[in-house]
Ligand binder design. Structure first.
Ligand code: FMN
Length: 341
């Protein structure tokens, strides 16, 4: 099912037809509602997923869901209309199901279940990737959440290849799929492999070929060429973009253009810089004052992989903690950096 052909890295590569989906990944502490708005406005995304909502002991009040997903006040969509699925992280099937009902009641267009988080603190309290060790429990979470919300609300899941190794990979996939989820995102690494390259895209191929539900490939997708190669190797037709989307804000749009065989110029630093100011200012009230500059600094760390100016800007502002100081610094330092570049 390949429609068009383009040249990447001097190789002739066949591209899938449009209609294939791109999902903006959940990323705690950096892909918040402001970032989702900025990136979906640039274009190319079919869906977003929130940072995880930690479900440990109670049914959370609506304000927790609104904080992580303000889009619930707008029909669960970004200002450009991209649906935002609410991601839940936890291991108690009943509690996960009841919290999913809260999110559904607030208008979430879909629920995503996090079985991939490698953080030790999260895993110790029996959440995230640690569930990959117990496919039966993972299955129970999927199936209770599926049963708890209306059939028209999709329930999706995000997994890794395994915890220590990929020996249980097929059992994990089977547990999620038979639990009734409608799509499965696979970060093509084990929990042990953390975020270190490479991503083992080829490990997804058999599952993607045989699966009755869409499989979304995730991991080490930094460029349109990576997405094309991942598609060829993994046989997946859908992709989730994470760190690459922060390094290169127009990545999803560029992937779509590549699929379409359209050659368009990449976003420039001059276009990116105003987004940094919007990101900082829009987040001014969303975080405690002492943390208000952190998301911006994190984004600069990603952007510097693609834009040298972001590296220079980060070096100049990394010690600033006060929001107003940061706002002023962006105004005054950036022109010098752009002049020097
Ligand atoms: C800072 C950071 C925060 C993340 N937060 C989440 C999260 O809240 N939920 C989740 O499912 N995955 C989370 N992830 C994992 C990403 O969604 C993605 O699976 C991972 O970064 C691999 O994709 P990449 O190689 O394209 O970055 C996070 C990753 C990073 C680096």
């Amino acid at each position: 099912m390949y429609a068009c052909v383009a040249m990447i890295n001097s190789q002739t590569i066949k591209h899938p037809p449009t209609g294939h989906r791109l999902v903006l990944a959940p990323m705690e502490g950096v892909v918040d509602s402001v970032m989702r708005d900025l990136l979906t406005k640039i274009g190319g995304y079919d869906r977003c997923v929130t940072e995880f909502v930690r479900i440990s002991q109670t049914v959370l009040p609506p304000r927790v869901f609104y904080r992580l997903c303000p889009e619930l006040l707008s029909n669960g969509r970004t200002p450009t209309g991209t649906p935002v699925f609410v991601q839940l992280l936890g291991s108690n099937p009943d509690l996960m199901a009841r919290n999913a009902q809260v999110a559904e009641g607030l208008g979430a267009p879909g629920i995503d279940l996090n079985f991939g988080c490698p953080a030790k603190t999260v895993n110790k309290s029996h959440g995230g990737a640690v569930l990959l060790k117990t496919p039966d429990l993972l299955h129970a979470v999927c199936s209770e959440v599926r049963d708890a919300v209306a059939p028209e609300v999709p329930v999706t899941a995000k997994i890794r290849l395994g915890f220590e190794d990929d020996g249980q990979f097929e059992a994990i996939v089977n547990a999620a799929v038979t639990g009734g989820i409608s799509e499965l995102t696979i970060h093509a690494k084990t929990r042990r492999q953390g975020y270190r390259p490479p991503a083992h895209w080829a490990r997804l191929a058999q599952i993607a070929k045989e699966s009755a539900i869409p499989i979304i490939a995730n991991g080490e997708l930094w460029s349109p060429g990576d997405v094309v190669r991942c598609g060829q190797v993994s046989h997946c037709e859908h992709f989730m973009l994470a760190r690459g989307a922060l390094c290169r804000p127009d990545l999803a749009r560029a992937v779509r253009h590549t699929w379409q065989g359209v050659d368009t110029p990449a976003m420039t630093w001059t276009e990116v810089f105003p987004l940094l100011q919007i990101y900082l200012r829009s987040n001014a009230n969303a975080y405690e004052p002492r943390h208000a500059c952190n998301p911006l600094k994190q984004w600069l760390v990603y952007l510097k992989h693609y834009f040298p100016q972001a590296g220079a800007l980060f070096a100049a502002v990394k010690r600033i903690k006060d929001f107003d100081d940061m706002d002023r610094a962006l105004e005054t330092i950036e022109p010098e950096i752009s002049k020097a570049a």
